[in-house]
Write a protein that binds this ligand. Structure first.
Ligand code: ZN
Length: 337
């Protein structure tokens, strides 16, 4: 059993969340409420039946259900409600800053306007700032199983909304869709001054991490846990202080590791990597960010020092400006004093 004071510390320490797909925060109850509100028929008879379908065998089996869940999102208010529900839970976990992924292509291909998606999500971020002083920023992800042309067309739709998002990322099915498939669209995003991140080295090989860095010029790697298979790459990530946004419960649900006790989080920290802990798709993977911290600290020999380091890393790895980072890092230090 974990020490009670460590448990309290993990819960109350200020933290940033940097790897959360907003569509992955859609809880079964909200899926059913929105399906009813919008007259959308679901393949599942009840909340329980939907929850039972969450027995994934790999990334693809999850994605199939994830896209079915997102089909209930039609109106600006739906995107707002989904986002505010996440932000409320994050606030309860003392998340002070969230950098949130959204997948416009999941919605635009169903005929939902780009502006409907981003306006609803963005309005919730404004309200979280006003109510709780919690900052939020959006990172638009391209679906890597679709052609690069679709990503380029999505970027064109996004440009009129440039002020509402800070960067772009790459998600969905990793294997067979290497980063270099998106070289042109990432080059264009770099010209636009957007921050660049990509999922790499979750199911895909360490080489995908290397090409995300060298071809796409990303600033952060999402997941990246397979980097340890390549010693030279691990050294490079440590030396260049490239952040990894690690998602422990996701890694178990999608069978990247069999058990939390087998997770390589401690090894990543010992290799000097700038690791952060995040929830990925919390409604589907069994927990929000504090659940990820608590379960990981129960399963591995991690203590107060690692808690402080992980809280600090979350802000260091964020895209906040230096003044905001300094202020939040002081709050972390005060919490551990
Ligand atoms: Zn992810």
């Amino acid at each position: 059993m974990m020490d009670e004071s460590l448990r309290n510390l993990l819960q109350k320490m200020p933290k940033a969340e940097l790897h959360i797909h907003i569509e992955g925060s859609l809880e079964p109850e909200l899926i059913f409420a929105l399906a009813k509100r919008n007259g959308v028929a679901l393949r599942y008879a009840s909340v329980d039946e939907l929850r039972r379908a969450y027995a994934f065998t790999d990334l693809q089996s999850f994605l199939d259900i994830y896209y079915a869940g997102a089909s209930v999102l039609l109106h600006e208010q739906d995107f707002y409600d989904m986002t505010l529900a996440y932000l409320q839970r994050a606030h309860a976990d003392n998340v002070r800053h969230a950098e949130i992924f959204f997948d416009p292509q999941t919605h635009t291909e169903r005929g939902v306007a780009f502006s409907t998606v981003i306006d609803g999500i963005h309005r919730a971020l404004d309200d979280a700032k006003r109510h709780w002083g919690m900052s939020g920023a959006l990172i638009m992800c391209f679906l890597r199983h679709l052609p690069e042309e679709d990503a380029l067309a999505t970027l064109e739709q996004a440009i009129p909304h440039r002020a509402k998002f800070i960067g772009v990322g790459l998600d969905s099915s990793e294997r067979g869709h290497p980063p270099e498939k998106f070289a042109r669209v990432f080059a264009r995003c770099k010209e636009l001054g957007l921050h660049l991140v990509a999922h790499a080295g979750e199911e895909g090989p360490p080489d995908y991490i290397r090409s995300a860095l060298d071809v796409l010029h990303v600033e952060r790697i999402d997941h990246g846990v397979r980097c340890l298979e390549d010693a030279a790459l691990t050294r490079r990530l440590a030396e260049q202080r490239v952040p990894l946004t690690v998602c422990p419960l996701s890694n178990i649900k999608l069978r990247v590791f069999d058990r939390l006790a087998d997770h390589n989080l401690l090894k990543l920290l010992e290799a000097g990597l700038l690791v952060t802990v995040n929830s990925d798709d919390p409604a589907y993977f069994g927990g929000y960010v504090n659940d990820n911290f608590l379960r990981m600290f129960e399963a591995l020999p991690l203590g107060r020092e690692q808690a402080r380091l992980l809280a600090r890393n979350s802000f260091v790895a964020s895209f906040l400006d230096e003044a905001a980072k300094r202020k939040l890092l002081e709050e972390v230090d005060a919490c551990f004093a």
